[in-house]
Write a protein that binds this ligand. Structure first.
Ligand code: PLP
Length: 456
């Protein structure tokens, strides 16, 4: 039967050349995919080119990870040079010089006080690392009872066991519920369409939802809680923008009760919100900040956690004898020289090409383009912040997610890529986009919604 499905897959690909029998696609409806496989062949600048010869505007910067567009020769040159100089260096007990300087460079860009960097290979690993640092920190401070974590409904923190435990996406957890890390509570998410549908930027309503944190603290006792983790803007579940004042309130409550605040900025970090980090844009400084994706422009995996200096000092200071390892955690590829070289090149380009300001300048173009779709049949909400936005669609009755998949296909036919999750469509174009390309993306999306509304 696997042979038969392989043949079917080959036929469906339309090329008769690609053997699709073995690859299990992540976060993909694999059966539906094989009816209409999407195969990308090359990428340059703000465009992908698929196996049907179509040129597709990259409306989500890869998976939010390629703000500089694709195939910038400066990143490739840095990677090649590093490969020739030193292709790998053990991550434990030693490091390449460029890894030290990269950490310092990231610290210079980061909110004040976050002055240590622990490197990982992905956002998911960054999340699990931050959870461990939080719990380890409280333990060395003599608060070993502080092990509980607080996440939010609809949060996405990657797919590690820690990440799905603090995450709030039901589908990601349901096969594994009995294996979650214990002691996690979830704050409500902040999306309420009866109060804030079609808000531009930050909704005015909803800061009071932060008070739910006080309720959890009262129930569980502050002395059992290690940290609150949240995405400043919830990305994967559809660009859910924090209400005005909400993050400030969360910060105040955490500080009051000695609870660490962790921002997961895997999507929002490095310019997506028109500032280096969401923390800067919102004026709220967390105690740890997780980054990944754009640090290498998605060219090669890298992630990490920015950590408040005194958290590092406390853990290192309790390391026993000087020759003893203080924190038993790390990855073979932490601070790997090749992604490190890519990251330096990316940060050079951010500086030389003024990319954060370019993202900021495109924000109103995206806002206007998306909100021009208001009033179309089937659109329940439109949200935007920074260079990111989303629309919620009325689902086809009894077939959740189908309408959004149809939007994706109609967008591809018209020359643009978007991201679908459930019946939500997200966009986050590259910072190098021209204003007319962002307008094109929005108008294609509008046409695609009209087409998808015909699906029953
Ligand atoms: N955290 C957030 C906020 C994310 O958006 C993602 C990925 O989209 C992750 C964590 C996981 O990152 P990765 O897929 O690199 O493990």
């Amino acid at each position: 039967s696997s042979l038969i499905s392989a043949e079917r897959s080959m036929a469906a690909s339309g090329s008769n050349k690609i053997d699709m029998s073995a690859y299990w696609l992540p976060f993909t409806p694999n059966r539906y995919f094989h009816q209409n496989p999407k195969v990308m062949q090359s990428a340059k600048g703000a465009y992908y080119y698929d196996n049907h010869g179509r040129k597709l505007f990259d409306g989500l910067s890869g998976l939010w990870c390629s703000p500089l567009g694709h195939a910038d020769p400066r990143i490739g040159a840095a990677i090649n040079k590093q490969y020739e100089t030193m292709d790998y260096c053990p991550a434990f007990q030693m490091a390449s010089e460029a890894t030290f300087t990269l950490a310092s460079r990231i610290v210079k860009m980061a909110p004040k006080g976050l002055n240590k960097v622990f490197f990982t290979n992905s956002g998911s690993e960054g999340v699990d690392t931050a959870i461990k640092i939080a719990i380890g920190y409280h333990r060395v401070m003599g608060n070993a009872s502080r092990v509980r974590m607080i996440g939010r409904d609809r949060a996405y923190h990657g797919v590690g066991m820690g990440g799905i435990s603090v995450g709030g996406m039901v589908a990601n957890r349901k096969m594994f519920t009995s294996l979650m890390i214990p002691g996690v509570d979830h704050l409500p998410h902040t999306l309420n369409l009866s109060q804030m549908a079609f808000s531009k930027g930050q909704p005015k309503w909803g800061a009071h939802l932060a008070d739910e944190l006080e309720k959890i603290v009262a129930l569980q006792d502050a002395n059992t809680i290690a940290a609150v983790i949240l995405e400043p803007v919830q990305g994967s579940t559809g660009v859910i923008v924090p209400p005005e004042g909400y993050l400030q309130k969360i910060r105040e409550i955490c500080t009051k009760h000695g609870i660490l605040l962790i921002f997961d900025e895997v999507i929002t970090g490095f310019g997506r919100l028109g500032a280096n980090f969401g923390a800067d844009r919102f004026g709220v400084t967390p105690d740890m900040l997780i980054f990944a994706k754009a640090i290498t422009n998605g060219v090669i995996p890298m992630g990490g956690v920015l950590v408040r200096g005194d958290i590092y000092d406390s853990i290192i200071g309790h390391g026993g004898q000087e020759q003893a390892i203080e924190f038993f955690h790390g990855y073979t590829y932490s601070g790997h020289p090749i992604p490190t070289a890519a990251a330096h090149a990316v940060l050079d380009i951010f500086e030389s090409d003024d990319l954060v300001n370019r993202a900021k300048a495109l924000e109103p173009v995206l806002e206007n383009g998306l909100h021009a779709l208001k009033g179309k049949a089937g659109i329940l909400d439109i949200r935007n912040f920074g260079l990111s936005g989303a629309i919620d669609l009325e689902p086809v009755p009894g077939k959740p997610g189908l309408r959004a998949l149809k939007v994706l296909e109609a967008c591809i036919e018209r020359g643009a890529l978007v991201r679908v999750a459930g019946d939500c469509i997200a966009v986050g174009p590259p910072f190098i986009s021209k204003p007319e390309e962002v307008e094109f993306l929005c108008s294609v999306l509008g046409e695609a919604v009209d087409i998808a509304m015909k699906v029953k």
